[in-house]
Design a binder for this molecule. Sequence first.
Ligand code: NCD
Length: 307
Amino acid sequence: MLKGKNVIDPMDLSLEELDEILNLADEIIAEPNKFTHACDGNVLAALFYEPSTRTRLSFEAAMCRLGGKVIGFSEPNASSVAKGESIADTIRTIACYADVAVMRHPKEGAPRVAAQYSDIPVINAGDGGHQHPTQTLTDLLTIRATMGRLDNLTIGCCGDLKFGRTVHSLIKTLSRYENNKFILISPEELEIPEYIRREVLEKRNIEFKQVRTMEEAMDELDILYMTRVQRERFFNEEDYIKLKDTYILDNEKMKLAKKDMIVLHPLPRVNEISYEVDNDQRAVYFKQAKYGMFVRMALILKLLGIY
Ligand code: NCD
């Protein structure tokens, strides 16, 4: 039963619940008109303490397309946050006005704190370099729609695996499906955090290897998940500059990949995928952005107990 749940970490959703959400998203894609009034009279609060394009606007578009309304801020300095209000007090107040809240915050764990003080479901839209569960829902829907399955896949995660919250949530989730393998492509400085390696991959006996170049991995992959080097999480600009262009996917590298491999990217991209790759039919990152709206529509409906 998803009604009233908080979605802070991907593990907050069981495999059955993930399936329910993805199935409902498929129904919405097939018959969007059936859902245009499903959330009439409901309000979603979008609390964005960090920049966002896709996550915030896809949540807002999702609620609008369901007939609901949206309140919130994308510039925390324009709210009482600037006066020093705590997350606990902010969410207690928002809970008086809205039926569901979506929060993005630079501090890891902030949405978890909010959920503890909230009477309405709280959805984590990205907390620092930690987790991003609804990007994972987006990724799952895209993978299922294009590959037809979520198991028996070899997934290459490339780029900033240290600070990239989308890969943390994706690895956590895809390792729950049978026979998935991971190839982790990163410089030494940007390897996945130890808690993911130990608590997720090693503990669950998941097959994985860590490599330094894309060329070593390309021909094995069913999915290539590219990520941006997370500039805002670096302590100094020099380290960022040194690492930012470590991996650039271009048509040359795409030649090494399987004919039916797909390229995902949560976006925004900076330099890590050349524009020429956009014309390759295996590049599905803009489709992925669209799936994000549909899966968020499904999530909202489930958390509000409407479907
Ligand atoms: C990602 C994020 O915010 O973590 N973006 C997104 O939500 N689609 C990835 C990123 O910012 O690099």
